[in-house]
Design a protein around this ligand. Structure first.
Ligand code: SF4
Ligand code: SF4
Length: 388
């Protein structure tokens, strides 16, 4: 049963439907609603279903769990909701409802498989732990042993091909910028952000405590994360379990340092930046990534119709990157986002999250737009503009 504070909120939604849109009302901005076009998949519709379920008017079903687990926790509804008393709690409420479903054991098989992969094998890719260090092979990076920062790359940085590429690029630019850091290699553990978002609070807390214990043993005081998801968990959830480490997303560390490298592009490049939800809407960091782009000479930066607080999520958040609850098709958020990027005339979509990187790169392929636009991580753009 959900906490009474959340149950109270359920009654206050008056179904105005604003939560489906960005604040500039350009298009549907809730990835779950965008895909399914049923009110039940929007924030307001989901609230009413949860209310009916919690009051015993409907019983848990496969369809109800599909609807609950389709939310990608992008927080657009939090920005857009018309009701001040409930808006800040909307996504927390959905996570609570999922936690209730997890406790009752009525979760979709794709979500169950994700939890199982992490519980049994320690990562969602079902790959051996020793493979975690492969991304850093040949770079000569030091293990963490008291350097100023720990650089934490997480599951996608360790196992996804584009994530590995990104982890290498960020590590090299950190080194080139004179940042003192070490890595954990195969000793890294899943950060647990998406586990929490999917409602497995016990497993998320276990992972947080394991990571905190390891960092405290090593004397880590400052952490740089590759992923905004790890950044969010370590910055906002880990302190609840005793962590005192300061946590930064890599863009925040690099932003004041990149200009010193005097990056200059050969030829003009038009770039549009895609805000990751866990960096932007969840943590308010819109400036650092844009400042990095601004420091690159020869780069023209253009904004999509929906940017910053209004950005359309890539659809990978809330664990959907791994569970794929939204499936395939032209109405996927990532594909809509690529079409929006193409409309700006940009030749490059810049990303700062390994999940966005994979989601948007796949969407460019699915849209058949490889000749028109490419997805590039921010430090890769900088590296192209800095003489070797
Ligand atoms: S968090 Fe995002 S996906 Fe979930 S209901 Fe709100 S707008 Fe839709
Ligand atoms: S905007 Fe807020 S009040 Fe309106 S339907 Fe959505 S959740 Fe309910």
């Amino acid at each position: 049963m959900m906490d009474s504070a959340y149950r109270d909120i359920l009654h206050r939604c008056f179904r105005c439907g604003w939560c489906k849109f960005p604040l500039n009302y350009t298009d549907f901005n809730c990835p779950a609603y965008l895909k399914y076009r049923f009110e039940s998949f929007s924030s307001g519709g989901r609230m009413w279903l949860i209310r009916a379920w919690q009051e015993g008017e409907i019983t848990p079903s496969e369809r109800l769990s599909q609807i609950l687990f389709s939310c990608v926790t992008c927080r657009n509804c939090v920005e857009a909701c018309a009701m001040p008393g409930i808006k800040d709690s909307l996504v927390d409420l959905f996570i609570e409802a999922r936690a209730d479903m997890v406790e009752r054991g009525t979760i979709p098989p794709l979500v169950r498989d994700y939890f199982k992969a992490i519980s049994v094998g320690g990562n969602p890719y079902r790959l051996p732990a020793q493979d975690r260090a492969k991304w850093s092979c040949g770079l000569g990076l030091e293990r963490y042993q008291g350097q100023e920062y720990l650089f934490y790359v997480g599951d996608e940085g360790a196992f996804d091909e584009l994530g590995q590429h990104m982890a290498r690029s960020v590590a090299l630019l950190l080194r080139r910028s004179g940042v003192s850091f070490g890595i954990l290699g195969s000793d890294e553990l899943t950060d647990g952000n998406d586990v929490h978002a999917l409602g497995e609070k016990g497993l998320a807390e276990y992972l947080a405590r394991q990571n905190i214990e390891l960092m405290q043993e090593l004397g880590v005081k400052k952490v740089i994360t590759l992923s905004p998801h790890a950044f969010h968990a370590m910055r906002n959830r880990y302190p609840l379990h005793g962590s005192t480490a300061a946590v930064y997303h890599y863009t925040q560390i690099l932003q004041p340092l990149v200009a010193r490298l005097a990056p200059v592009l050969q030829g003009e490049r038009v770039v549009t930046y895609h805000d990751p939800c866990y960096l932007g809407r969840w943590n308010g960091e819109y400036r650092a990534p844009r400042a990095i782009l601004k420091s690159v000479k020869g780069l023209k930066s253009v904004e999509m119709d929906r940017s910053m607080q209004n950005a359309l999520c890539c659809g990978g958040g809330g664990g959907n990157f791994f569970t794929d609850m939204l499936g395939t098709g032209p109405d996927l958020a990532a594909r809509a986002r690529v079409r929006e990027a193409l409309a700006t005339g940009a030749d490059t979509i810049a990303v700062a999250c390994p999940q966005c990187y994979r989601m948007l790169a796949d969407a460019v392929r699915d849209e058949g737009a490889q000749e028109k636009v490419r997805v590039c991580e921010l430090t890769e753009i900088v590296a192209e503009a800095v003489p070797a």
